[in-house]
Write a protein that binds this ligand. Structure first.
Ligand code: NAP
Length: 318
């Protein structure tokens, strides 16, 4: 049976920051990471709104991971299949089941993040990888000098439209409301960018093509009239869905509180409603999701988990 003090599940910005802070505080930290650690930061071409950093999100994530490792955090390439809680009081511990074994921990930080919300329209699944994408930094270069539609009006849609405009023949943002919902500065940059066309009050209803995407049917949210817009690629930024599967599993008998959208509710100290279980980053219920807030969440969660573990040990020796 493998044992660790603090188990961090997820290796995006929040998980990596938690690992660094936890290890630096002297905890025995294990991080479960996927095949490509780094989380959402990997999609950011130029990380211009993280204080003190202006390089790529990919380089940022790699530096974070190295730092955590440098302080002694251990990394395992494994998925957490289920989480259980055993024992009472000072004997309480978490047990995570992975494909090739079980790991016990005194405290757990969930930093599993969120994934792109699907539009659930005809053609979206069929043309995924053939013109439909959720990641401009990953797939944008395939559409050099092509016509691109970006769906959504948030920060991710606006940031990605600007990155895509550098390589595409044309970029059009399609947003279902009368104004963009992105942060003011982000939206204004898009509206002033002559390379980007913004189509407001239109929602996508169908993606069409042969071997590749060739057009998207859009429906006016005002008149309900349909139009067909030619496109070689559609980049979808319709928001995020919480990766909360592990807390929904029956093995976890004590369930953390979720908000109405499925994000985990925490206190300011990142504690959930389950003792010893913490949450950081995009999986946490929060109004503002940024790389910088994920890093901050991770640091706070590790600090709180360390205090929780100390308290448990103290109770053990009394
Ligand atoms: P978001 O802010 O939730 O925006 C999602 C957009 O998709 C909204 O405009 C929404 O329209 C639209 N949408 C949702 N479902 C749709 C559907 N079925 N059909 C058409 N449009 C649909 O999500 P996000 O832009 O992915 O950002 C996620 C989080 O990451 C946010 O907290 C954001 O601040 C953060 N982020 C920050 C930056 C940055 O600071 N530069 C960059 C990227 C992401 P409505 O407006 O009508 O709801």
């Amino acid at each position: 049976m493998r044992k660790t003090g603090l188990l961090v599940i997820g290796a995006g910005t929040a998980g990596l920051a938690a690992a660094q802070y936890g290890a630096r505080a002297g905890l025995d930290v294990t991080v479960l990471e996927g095949p490509e650690p780094g989380g959402q930061a990997l999609n950011i071409e130029a990380l211009e709104n993280y204080p003190g950093w202006s390089g790529s999100g990919r380089d940022f994530a790699a530096a974070l991971r190295l730092q955590a490792e440098g302080f002694g955090a251990k990394f395992m390439n494994a998925s957490a299949l289920s989480l259980e809680i055993f024992g009472k009081g000072s004997g309480r511990y978490f047990s995570v089941t992975m494909e090739d074994g079980v790991l016990q921990a005194k405290a757990v930080i969930l930093a599993l993040g969120a994934e792109p919300r699907k539009l659930d329209i005809p053609g979206e699944e069929e043309f995924y990888g053939m013109g439909v994408s959720y990641c401009a930094a990953c797939d944008g270069p395939f559409f050099r000098n092509k016509k691109i539609l970006v769906i959504g009006g948030g920060d991710a849609a606006c940031d990605s439209a600007r990155a895509l405009a550098r390589i595409a023949a044309s970029v059009t943002i399609v947003h279902r409301r009368g104004e963009l919902r992105a942060q003011k500065a982000v939206a204004e940059r898009v509206l002033k960018d002559e390379r980007i066309k913004v189509m407001l009050n239109y929602a996508p209803s169908k993606i069409q093509g042969g071997g590749q995407v060739h057009s998207v049917v859009l429906i006016s949210t005002e008149t309900r009239k349909k139009i067909e817009e030619a496109a070689d690629a559609v980049f979808i930024y319709a928001g995020l869905v919480a990766r909360n599967g592990i807390v929904q599993k029956p093995e976890l008998i004590e369930k953390p509180e979720l908000d109405e959208y499925g994000f985990i509710v925490t206190g300011q100290d990142m504690s959930t409603s389950v003792s010893g279980l913490f949450c950081a980053g995009d999986l946490r219920a929060s109004a503002f999701r940024q790389v910088v807030t994920a890093a901050s969440d991770g640091a706070v969660a590790a600090h709180s988990a360390a205090a929780y573990i100390d308290q448990t040990l103290e109770n053990n020796t009394q």
